[in-house]
Design a protein around this ligand. Sequence first.
Ligand code: F6P
Length: 317
Amino acid sequence: MKRIALLTRDCGGVNAAIRAVVRTAVAAGLEVEGVMRGYAGLMSGDFVPLDRRSVSNIIGLGGTILKTARAEDFCREESQRLGLARLRERRIDGLIVIGGNGSLAGARVLSQVHGFPVVGIPATIDNDVPGVRLAIGTDTALNVALDALDKIRDTATSLERIFVVEVMGRNCGWLAMQVALSGGCEEVLLPEKDVPIDALCAEIREGRARGKASWIIVVAEGRATAADVAEAVSAGTGLETRIAVLGHIQRGGRPTAADRIMAARLGHAAVEALVEGCAGGLVHILDDRLEFLPFGAAGEVKITDIEADYHLLKVLS
Ligand code: F6P
């Protein structure tokens, strides 16, 4: 293994992971090329050489210095072959892919179908990678969303209002659940759990009768829109309800210490795995230990326990 390439998506901690990959690789005597704009750049052959200097002062930056783009086209075998040809043109011996389920699916195909040495690093605010407890980016997104939610609470409390806050996460409720739990919210609506709106409205009406003034309801984007929930809650309670859609602010921002440390460990481990000839899977941390998970080995198993956290939220709210 002499030359490796690195391809990324964006979220808090990805730049810290790029830095860790590049500096570990250089220390091991390897050359590193960054792939610009994800799989789109892989297909068009858009590479940039990365050395120790090119990753200076990026540890605290959000996003990815390599840019990123959606590349639906990469599911076609022809596109994958084009990507492989680009890697071979650049004499690349191994690839590291940093991203969520979409990016890691591409990594898996390159590895399992085409036999190219690839190691993945889970990085997504959705925290929906099967078999992985925490992806890079989750802690930053959670803290960004919590900061916004704390501000909304100031207004909700002052105006004695109901707020519905919509949180990202694609089809997974992990981020919404953690935002709601850490923000001390009254309710959270998740794709994984059915909470009837009628029951929620009854709970609010009873709370009002006891003198409770404000509510914050978090809704995961994979469950419903904040607008639809607010309309239903308003209709069912007769109370004024406002919404806040947090949107892409959750994917940006200065990475937290936890994400930077995970990025350092996983970036380092990914290079070591390639050097040791242990490709074909992703590196992650489980029970405080570095683990190597072969692509596909976890099936669809999610290891976050949303049910227990939901129960806790209801007891404490
Ligand atoms: O997967 C990360 C994520 O931010 C999801 O939470 C969200 O549904 C989606 O990406 C948004 O995608 P886009 O930036 O393409 O609108």
